[in-house]
Design a protein around this ligand. Structure first.
Ligand code: XMP
Length: 321
């Protein structure tokens, strides 16, 4: 089914919020729904819309998949707790690392994350809670890229001919499927979410696993997580759409303390973009790049090389896998 786009420009935000809360209420009726909050603007908006529509009949979970950024679970639970929405943190680290073990192909990694998320973790939560619906923040760009075959976005099913009811045992409601990131930010602001959420840069569903080339292990996640903390701190002042650190698979010869060190490589990307469909690298000041290189080689164990991506999307994509 073709999804009709609602453009951010000229959008009737209050009307959109009313339509979507009405839609959620009429689909869930007097039942329960669950939502997977990641702390990104999309899932945050869906959680607030769901909460407005259903009150405490919406059960909000943060899935700790082991692939998230530093302190994410705690920060998200704190922000939403202040907002009057309790968040339950579910520890699913073991399930995700087990599913990713031995996988190197990007699409196989994405598929493993999707199956673990929807079938294993949410399948169990749905059965335990008695909910029949999952609310999630799929946006139009996710659908476009999956349909075009660029990347299998973790949260797209219907357009691939997958019926979630048959595949996972519950229905999926996607209130944001007609809008893009710029529209979601407008809705977030109108809903009263804090600036730290509505201005938050995008972060992919497969989380830091999208930034590891080759097999994903807890050790590699820890390295890319450390590089991410530094990258986000150093680039916070830029007006970029998104910035990220990628851990490469190939090692290169370096030297440390006068000795050979066959070490790791981190690639930095910093994108300017309007809606993520196309993007170009930001012309970062050289001093910023030097500071990033110095901190990453100094603070992330084993890294001897730091590069900056200068290719545009397309032909690059924004994430590494
Ligand atoms: P790419 O890498 O496809 O990314 O150029 C475009 C935008 O989408 C984000 N991204 C995802 N978001 N699920 C999501 O919700 C995913 O599987 C996914 N993969 C990429 C990416 O961070 C960028 O903002």
């Amino acid at each position: 089914m073709e999804v009709k786009e609602i453009k951010a420009e000229g959008m009737d935000v209050a009307g959109f919020i009313k339509d979507k809360t009405d839609e959620i209420s009429s689909l869930v009726k007097d039942g329960l729904a669950i939502t997977a909050l990641s702390g990104g603007v999309d899932s945050s908006v869906v959680t607030v819309l769901g909460h407005q529509a259903l009150g405490n009949r919406l059960l909000t979970y943060f899935i700790e998949n082991g692939l998230m950024r530093q302190d994410e679970a705690r920060n998200v639970a704190e922000i939403f707790g202040k907002f009057g929405i309790p968040v339950k943190i579910v520890d699913a680290r073991q399930e995700f690392f087990e599913a990713l073990k031995g996988l190197t192909d990007p699409e196989e990694k994405r598929e493993a994350i999707t199956q673990t998320f929807y079938k294993k973790v949410f399948g169990k939560l749905v059965v335990e809670s008695g909910a029949r619906h999952l609310l999630q923040g799929t946006i139009l760009t996710d659908i476009d890229e999956t349909v075009a075959g660029v990347k299998r976005q973790h949260n797209v099913f219907e357009q691939l001919g997958i019926d979630p009811q048959k595949a996972f045992g519950y229905r999926i409601i996607e209130p944001l499927r007609q809008i893009r990131k710029d529209g979601v930010r407008k809705v977030a602001q109108t809903l009263g979410l804090p600036e730290s959420i509505y201005k938050r840069m995008p972060f992919p569903g497969p989380a830091l696993a999208a930034r590891i080339i080759g097999e994903v292990t807890p050790e590699k996640i820890e390295l890319v997580r450390k590089a991410t903390v530094i990258t986000e701190a150093e680039l916070a002042g830029t007006e970029a759409f998104q910035y990220l650190a990628i851990l490469h698979q190939d090692r290169v010869t370096g030297m440390r303390g006068g000795r050979r060190d066959f070490g790791l490589q981190i690639e930095i990307r910093c994108w300017k973009s309007l809606d993520a469909r196309t993007a170009a690298p930001v012309r970062l000041p050289y001093e910023t790049l030097e500071r990033l290189a110095g901190r990453i080689t100094g603070e992330v164990p084993g890294v001897v090389s730091v590069t900056y991506n200068i290719a545009t999307k397309p032909p690059s994509t924004m994430e590494a896998i």
